[in-house]
Design a protein around this ligand. Structure first.
Ligand code: SF4
Ligand code: MG
Length: 317
């Protein structure tokens, strides 16, 4: 049933000499067709690098990305182009990702042109239809990106991704750069489009609150490792990993009855460098529960509850 399988994927960047930035270090998980998988972590956790590796903007240093049963690192010719079409990305900063010298018509049609899908009148009509689908108007096609608000630019970015009828979209912090008032609109639009177009999402965010409602399951990354993964409700009801517990405790509680139930856990210090991560558990330098074993042994990635995975020595059985 998995549409995407991430198998023991590593992505290292050489930063001079024998030093490597271990942005993604041995991560495995799968996403089912029609699912929204939320991927959360602080900046520097490697979540964007993982997203870019999934779509093929980076080659994995090790491990494999399997899509529809095929290893995407081994695709050639027609199959490689087809993967390129069916897997699209929406970027964090719609201002930076839209070419300022191109009209919206040509921005949205980029993929259509690259894959030679439509021409002339059909191409134009398809762009008009896409504009309406994302809540804009056909007359917007002749304008330039700077004539739009941040939320509208993100709508253009979404239309561009949809233009080639993808199956899977990696959305890298698609709402982080937007005003709070606009964020919910874009999330709602993405949820509607998911239903209408039969999409599957990898939705990346730096904050758990942002992905709670849109995600079926959530994965939590820290310093290149996946620390916990569970169904969205289970993660919020019973976070197992001390890092997830800290992230959750930072979300303001909307219901006054719940105040006091969750104590605010303030993490000490900054994340260590991903070039020289701590031995054993990478979270140990900031973990309020760190034990001796945490420095010596890397915790195993295990299914501690049904469908609820965690890497932490507190759950060794
Ligand atoms: Fe904390 Fe140890 Fe669990 Fe890491 S393995 S999160 S240091 S208790
Ligand atoms: Mg990022």
């Amino acid at each position: 049933n998995s549409l995407l399988e991430v198998k023991k994927v590593k992505k290292y960047f050489n930063v001079g000499g024998n030093d490597y930035l271990k942005a993604v270090d041995d991560i495995s998980f799968a996403i089912n067709k029609g699912e929204t998988f939320g991927l959360v972590g602080e900046s520097g956790s490697g979540k964007s690098t993982l997203g870019r590796t999934v779509v093929g903007l980076h080659n994995a240093t090790d491990g494999s990305i399997v899509f529809n049963g095929k290893d995407t690192g081994k695709l050639k010719g027609k199959e490689a182009r087809e993967f390129n079409r069916t897997m699209q990305m929406i970027f964090q900063d719609p201002h930076a990702s839209l070419n300022p010298r191109m009209r919206v018509m040509d921005i949205i049609a980029e993929g259509i042109d690259a894959h030679g899908l439509l021409k002339g009148k059909e191409r134009k009509e398809r762009v008009f239809q896409l504009l309406e689908k994302v809540g804009l108007r056909p007359e917007h096609a002749k304008r330039y990106p700077h004539e739009f608000s941040g939320g509208q630019r993100q709508r253009i970015g979404i239309a561009r991704a949809l233009a080639v009828e993808p199956e899977f979209i990696v959305a890298d912090e698609p709402i982080s750069a937007l005003d709070v008032s606009v964020q919910a609109q874009i999330v709602n639009l993405m949820e509607d489009l998911k239903k209408d177009e039969g999409l599957t999402y990898l939705f990346i965010a730096h904050d758990l609150g942002m992905v709670k409602h849109i995600s079926d399951r959530i994965g939590v990354m820290y310093l290149g490792n996946m620390m916990e993964m569970a169904e969205s409700d289970a993660l919020f009801d019973e976070p197992l990993h001390p890092y997830t517990q800290a992230l959750l405790s930072a979300i303001p509680v909307p219901n006054p009855k719940e105040i006091g139930k969750r104590e605010r856990i303030v993490l000490q210090g900054d994340p260590p460098s991903p070039i020289t991560p701590p031995s054993g558990c990478r979270f140990r330098t900031r973990c309020p529960h760190a034990m001796e074993i945490c420095a010596e042994v890397t915790p195993e990635w295990r299914e501690a509850r049904d469908n609820h995975w965690v890497a932490c020595h507190l759950y060794n059985s």
